[in-house]
Structure formats: C-alpha cells, structure tokens
Design a binder for this molecule. Structure first.
Ligand SMILES: *[C@@H]1O[C@H](CO)[C@@H](O)[C@H](O)[C@H]1NC(C)=O
Ligand SMILES: *[C@@H]1O[C@H](CO)[C@@H](O)[C@H](O)[C@H]1NC(C)=O
Length: 329
C-alpha cells in the first residue's frame, strides 16, 4: 500500500514539475509596471533585475538613496529593451506613514502606468529571545515587516481590482510557517503576513488579482549578514542544516510562481516539506499540489517531529554548556 502511494506521489511530482516548466517558458512583462519595495538590495534587487529582463518598467522603493542609485544602474543594465523601459526609484520608509506611501505609489502610476505587479520585499530580521529584544526593536520590526507590507498593498489594491488584473507578492520567510528559538518577534511578523496573504487572496480572487506568498529560506543577502550578528547560538545551530541560497535563485522562482498565479513560492526541499505540511486552509493552487498535500501531510508530520526533537536537543545542550561555563567561572 505504502509502495503504491509513493509511486503515485512520484508520478504526480513529475507531472507537476513538467507543468511548471511548460507554463513558465514564454512569459513577459512587456508594457507592465512593476513596483518593488526593499528593491535596493538582496532579494528585492534580484527580483528587479529579473523583471527588467522580462521587459517591465521598474520602480524601486527603499530608504537609502545611495543604494537605490547603484541598484538602479544595475537594474537598467539588465533591461530587455533599454529604449522602451524606465527604471526609477523612490526613497521612502514604507512602514512609516500611510499617506506618504499612497501618494508616492499613485505618483509612480502617473509616471509609468498602472502598477501590474507589486512585490513587497521590504523587511528585516532581528534575532534574539524575547527577553533580550528591546521594545524599540520590537516596534521597528512590527512597523517595517507588517505595516511596511500592508500599506503599499492598501495603496494599490482598489485600482488593481478596478482594472481586473494585477499581482501582489508578499515576501515572508520559512519563519512564516514555523516559529523557532530566537525568532519570537521576527516569526510573529512573518506569521502575520501569512494571515494577510490568505485573507487577501480570498478578497482579490474574484477581481483577477493574484496573491503570492514567498517563503524563502536563509538567503545570502546583506540583510542576512546583518541578522547573523544578533543570532543566538541555538538559532544558528537549528537553521544551519538548511544552507544558504543565492538571491538570484529565490527571485527567479518567485517571479515564476507569481506569473503562474501560485499561492506559495518556495525553493528547496525543506520549504516544499513545510509548504505541504502547513497547507491548512491555504488556497489550492493546482490539482497536483492538492493531491500531494492530501497524500503526504501525515508522512511529513512524522518527519518534522523528528526535526523538532533534534531542535529541542540542541537547545538543551546549549543550556547545559552555558550552565557549566557559568559554574567554572
Ligand atoms: C514605461 O513607461 C513609459 C512612460 O510612461 C512608457 O512610455 C513606456 O511605454 C513604458 N514601457 C513599458 C515597457 O511599459
Ligand atoms: C486576468 O489577468 C491576466 C493577467 O494577469 C490577463 O492576461 C487576463 O486576461 C485577465 N483575465 C480576465 C478575465 O480579465
């Protein structure tokens, strides 16, 4: 019985891969305007390069003008038709003031046409146990990661619905599906994005506006390098098994999943495992994915409890080592 299930699962997985490959071959963003928050570095900049290659007009949003200026140059170099494409930037804190966000996005639409795709990459991680995290860091994370995603979406959503087309991407993290040691505040903000994406998907579907939730694992970005500085030993040991992806790989998959209208965008086996395991009431993106969820959820739960046990062992060991060094001092 188990053998048959595995065979069927393997066949479905193959079909799924083939379908994905076929559906994403000749997609273009010609005559489309794409806005990317957090677009001056990391995953955001890689997404900008990706859509520039597909022929889009690009608006980058971030705070640091110097970084925006150099990102703009890099994105411009990757344009498909440099004569017909424009890359511009806006210096703005997307989590600060709603009116400013709305004004900037509407002005960008006046300049470069209606926004077809909004990619919300703005966000950051500060690691540490809750008791070690300052109140100002907590507020900063909530503002940037949650409001910084809500505000731009609120500013564009009614126009997208009116036009009857559009796409919205929320870049969360694997930490939107699991809470682990050292991510108490960060995970709170990313879980919030998952709730937002599910609800928004339901609100937008009748208007032909797609919603995609990206769940990248650790990615080799300036933001990640910064996060490493504050990472407790436990968090590092728990997450090291997953390795580090390049932002280009994450960005490619993100755009592919977005253009296919998939709800989740993931890269790698661990993310696939989590995506199936945590499907819950998430939207169904395809029949093959739905069948995989129904068949694999139980098995994946068993595998993941194995992971959980090893995480708790890591935390106990770290605690013991700490106690020992304290006593010997
Ligand atoms: C980019 O925006 C300019 C100015 O609105 C417009 O003339 C041009 O056609 C747009 N290009 C694309 C590829 O959408
Ligand atoms: C839905 O949007 C897509 C582009 O995202 C467009 O190609 C398609 O024509 C739209 N469908 C309807 C029914 O408007």
């Amino acid at each position: 019985m188990l053998f048959q299930i595995v065979i069927v699962a393997a066949i479905l997985a193959c079909l799924f891969v083939i379908k994905q490959w076929l559906s994403s071959r000749k997609q273009t963003l010609d005559k489309k305007h794409v806005v990317i928050t957090g677009g001056s570095s990391g995953i955001g900049k890689s997404v900008a390069i990706e859509v520039a290659r597909m022929g889009a007009n690009v608006t980058l949003i971030a705070r640091d003008v110097q970084k925006l200026e150099s990102a703009k140059l890099e994105v411009t170099k990757n344009c498909l038709n440099p004569d017909h494409q424009i890359v511009q930037y806006i210096s703005l804190d997307v989590g600060d003031n709603y009116d400013a966000v709305e004004k900037a996005l509407h002005a960008a639409e006046d300049d470069m046409g209606p926004i077809y795709l909004l990619v919300n990459c703005a966000g950051m991680a500060i690691c540490g146990r809750l008791e070690d995290t300052s109140v100002s860091d907590i507020k900063h994370l909530l503002n940037l990661n949650i409001l910084g995603t809500l505000y731009p979406i609120k500013a564009v959503i009614s126009r997208m619905k009116c036009r009857g087309e559009g796409r919205i991407v929320l870049v969360a993290s694997q930490a939107a599906l699991i809470g682990i040691y050292g991510y108490s505040v960060y995970s709170s903000t990313k879980f919030a994005l998952r709730g937002l994406a599910e609800a928004l998907h339901m609100e937008c579907k009748p208007y032909n506006v797609s919603v995609t939730l990206a769940l990248p694992p650790d990615t080799d970005t300036p933001g990640f390098a910064n996060e490493e500085k504050t990472k407790p030993l436990e968090t590092r040991l728990i997450s090291q098994s997953a390795g580090l992806l390049s932002p280009q790989v994450v960005a490619k998959q993100l755009i592919k999943d977005t253009m296919d209208g998939n709800f989740y965008s993931t890269v790698g086996f661990e993310s696939f495992l989590l995506k199936i395991l945590c499907a819950g009431m998430a939207p169904v993106s395809s029949l093959s994915e739905f069948i995989l969820q129904v068949m694999l959820m139980g098995l994946f739960r068993a595998i993941c409890v194995g992971y959980l046990i090893s995480f708790h062992r890591i935390i106990r060991n770290c605690m013991k080592t700490r106690d020992k060094t304290k006593k010997s001092e």
